[in-house]
Design a protein around this ligand. Sequence first.
Ligand SMILES: Cc1ncc(COP(=O)(O)O)c(C=O)c1O
Length: 468
Amino acid sequence: MAEEDALAVALAAARRYIASRGGRPVWPQTTLAHLRETIGRPLPENPVEPAQVVDALARAAEPGLVTTTGPRYFGFVTGGALPATIAAEWLTTSWDQNAGLYVMSPSASVVEETAGRWLIDLLGLRPGCSVGFVTGCHMANFTGLAAGRHELLRRTGWDVEADGMQAAPRLRVIVGEEVHVSTVGSLRLLGFGSRELVRVAVDAQGRMKPDGLAAALGSADGPTIVCAQAGNVNSGAFDPLDAIADLTEARGAWLHVDGAFGIWAAASEHLRHHVRGLDRADSCATDAHKWLNVPYDSGLVFTRHPSAHRAAMSMSAAYLTRSPEEPREPMDWTPESSRRARGFSVYAALASLGRRGVADLVERCCRLARRFADRLRAEPGIEILNEVVLNQVLVRVAPPGGDADAVTREALRLVQEERICWLGGSNWHGMEAMRISVSNWSTTEEDVDRSADSIVRAARAAACSAAL
Ligand SMILES: Cc1ncc(COP(=O)(O)O)c(C=O)c1O
């Protein structure tokens, strides 16, 4: 059967790719022009056999793939794909369920219900929280903040879903100076301009200062949303959630926590102290495609106010049949209607790791991040800019008398050119830095050592050429 042939070709290509992950160069050696030539051919006039299409696609795309699921990819904050999740994704695609309504896929609904319950327990959130399965933390931030907008305006007597934002009572939004850009992007979609946000000072690690928040909260009356974060995208630092929750509760403000990756500290008894107070947040957002190592795309939102969450998201139409048994209707909790059943792979990740496995994964990545920092710090001229409290390491090459920004940029270029590992760049408090994020389930000490050696070589070469 044509379908089976195509699946067999895909399985073989997937197996080849997975087997090569540990050894292949992390960054592809190809060019845009070459990819355009091989992939960007004219639309065929006539149908082509599915197996042939899949084979040609695999061959054309393969040279331009970045080994982001491999053990030495440290760019952005990127998880790998756990074995059970890759297989579950295959099933998800084969089943092709629409996870919008129970009536379209009872299994998708119950899988979300169950995975949601497991996550609430694992992350120490309050029982009864609502959960939404979205594409990523950006949409999770959007959803949590939409629930906050609904609830605060409802308390003033305003129905924002019916009457909109143009004449609504003013809502203030307070963020830390180092708020993640996706929170700002979400707020923009919800009618809050980036210039309207009240920005609170942060400390040297990027953590929101509670006294700054107290002053901002005290400077005006009226309904307020406060956006905190668990896991600064550069340093990995955590805002002091407990102290922040004391302030927001006292003012009746809505506390939203962006915990794209940092929230997973809650799964470890050794790291959980970083997120003390998380359970007091009104809403929080995270990714499964980062530290839980679920394939893209997969984000999660939780709120302590199911009725606000549902009111902000749900829609009805005569044809959108709701089940009389009143099961979980997935589309009540997300901005989308029709939707991939991405709960299956979240469920598979949690079922395959178990509580202990999630904690091990998180703790191992943090241990490896510290190993990275220790090895790099031992090299004269390399500085670690952040306190390595989680899985993030900021590396700067600062040879005596050299232009550290230029040397760091050049060292990063050389690391990427060597293709043993891949890291991105950033600018941390006015300083250029290489940014390491250890988020992959399969990274080992050996991977870290090989990568650290590559970074040291690049740093020496960059410092040397700057000195000439
Ligand atoms: C702190 C933080 N929030 C939000 C996001 C956005 O997540 P996504 O791109 O998965 O939507 C990221 C991504 O790196 C992040 O680090």
